[in-house]
Unconditional design. Sequence first.
Length: 143
Amino acid sequence: MTRAQVVTLQIAVALTAITGMVFGWMKYAMKSDDPFAVVNHPLQPWMLSAHVVVAPLAVFAFGWIFGNHILPAFANGSRKRPTGVSAMWMLAPMVVSGYLMQVSTADALRHAMAIAHWISSGAFVIAYVAHITRARGSSRSGA
């Protein structure tokens, strides 16, 4: 991967993960004192908007590295980094559920997509952080 690809990917994933986690915390962990409030925190709609705006940058970044990083490693049968394979398998459900959540009008479908998005995003972030941590450990040890 080129330096530009690494920087773009790291920034995009970090911004997407942070805005998603902060939005989730505001929506599900906070409670407003106002019984008529439609949001639990005044910045909740802004955080959702930020997440929806930066997430396509992450999708772009993964598309950019697919041809020279993801596909070659997967096609060569490289099993040295199962964290990367795990993160790769979470990409499609994470992206599809995120987009379907935005466009679905049925409450049941939107709720199902929200659960799918939480699970796939959580699994992705764990696998991605492990992948990055392991890569840094390997480069420092000379492996």
